[in-house]
Design a protein around this ligand. Structure first.
Ligand code: XIL
Length: 371
């Protein structure tokens, strides 16, 4: 009897260890786990496009099947002077995506930030019209058939849903939105065209975004999707607010993409009031609380937050085309330098040593229990 128990235990141990071994050998990744749901993307820095770091490169190829250029396709880099385009890095970015059979997203054609300085000087409507035609047609035609989707316009809205008084609006009025989408569609009729913004899940800005989409359509523009940037916080926006937005945009017949997902775990500087020097000093230390390490309690909060967000994404996978993280790992995140320079933030699924965090496990777990 005792001997039988011993053999049973041994058998169980052998079975268990072989399961684990199998798990280790099976390459599990975000892109494979979500392959039937939506693309899983990341934003690539210039160094990552050039495959400078072998470990980062293999992580990118293992985990992600969609890419966005974090900076190099913005107008200040791509079109630095009126008669000068610089496609060298963008060419490398596209080649990287093609080589790895990834979904390639273009970011971004018309945006008031990271604008080449000569563009900001444009004063009259004829000059602006000529600029838009040349800029959009040249760039979209160059990559026709090689880019899968474009952010045609980025961040045209104010928080209250009105149109931002950008250089484009100031010279052309709201017609610039229709024109931009028409020009992009004319240059590549098959590419998916997106309007992209932050906070456009919030009710007032969402309503403004809906009006904007209707305007583009009514003016004869082709628009295929809306990008919600998703630079979010641990406590907000609520899952309900995000869900209402997915439903509202998709009711207009658009695809919904989450295009720049990250979750800050650091205090928001705009909560600071007053101008006392000592308070400021205290405030600075308070603003960068996890310089050495992220405490377990916050790590767990982040994991839970990511799990509830991805649970919602899975619920609406039929409406969502892509979920892209704004960076590969915490060490690379723009949130280390924005809105305050030189902090240590932890907004992504991989830490700065490229190791998966609890948040990675919690997102992956949703698929283990689902299927
Ligand atoms: C950010 C980049 O991550 C930074 O490296 C750069 O210094 C500033 O821009 N919304 C956008 C992105 O559409 O292009 C921004 O990317 C983040 C906010």
């Amino acid at each position: 009897m005792r001997l039988t128990n011993y053999y049973l235990l041994l058998l169980t141990l052998i079975i268990l260890s072989s399961c684990n071994a199998q798990k280790e050998n099976n390459v599990v990744s975000l892109k494979d786990s979500f392959k039937n749901d939506f693309c899983i993307g990341t934003a690539l820095s210039a160094n990552q496009i050039e495959e400078k770091n072998e470990k980062e490169d293999s992580l990118i190829k293992k985990e992600f099947n969609a890419i966005t250029a974090e900076n190099i396709m913005k107008s200040m880099f791509l079109h630095p002077a009126k008669d000068k385009y610089d496609f060298a890095m963008a060419d490398k970015f596209i080649a990287y995506g093609e080589k790895n059979k990834m979904f390639i997203h273009g970011h971004t054609l018309i945006w008031h930030s990271q604008l080449a300085s000569w563009m900001a000087e444009i004063k009259d409507s004829i000059e602006m019209k000529n600029f838009m035609k040349d800029h959009i047609t040249t760039i979209v035609s160059k990559y026709k058939g090689r880019i899968d989707s474009w952010d045609v316009v980025n961040e045209a809205l104010n928080e209250d849903g009105t149109l931002r008084k950008s250089v484009f609006f100031n010279t052309l009025g709201e017609q610039y939105l229709v024109d931009a989408f028409k020009l992009a569609a004319a240059a590549d009729p098959k590419v998916d065209l997106y309007y992209n913004d932050y906070n456009n899940e919030e009710p007032a800005k969402r309503q403004g975004n809906i009006n904007l989409i209707k305007k583009i359509k009514a003016g004869g523009g082709k628009i295929d999707g809306v990008g919600i940037q998703a630079h979010w916080r641990l406590e907000s926006p609520s899952i309900e607010t995000i869900e209402e937005s997915i439903l509202a945009y998709s009711a207009l017949g658009l695809k919904v993409a989450f295009t720049e997902l990250d979750i800050t775990v650091l205090p928001n500087p705009w909560d600071l009031k007053g101008a006392d020097v000592n308070q400021n000093f205290e405030g600075n230390a308070k603003m960068n609380p996890y310089q050495e390490k992220l405490p377990d309690s916050v790590q767990v909060k982040l994991a839970n937050r990511y799990a509830s967000i991805f649970k919602l994404f899975l619920k609406h996978k039929d409406k969502i085309s892509r979920v892209t993280f704004w960076g590969v790992h915490d060490g690379q995140s723009w949130l280390n330098d924005w809105p305050i320079k030189g902090r240590t933030n932890y907004p992504l699924l991989f830490n700065s040593n490229l190791k998966p965090k609890k948040a990675y496990q919690s997102v992956m777990k949703l698929k283990e229990t689902n299927e």
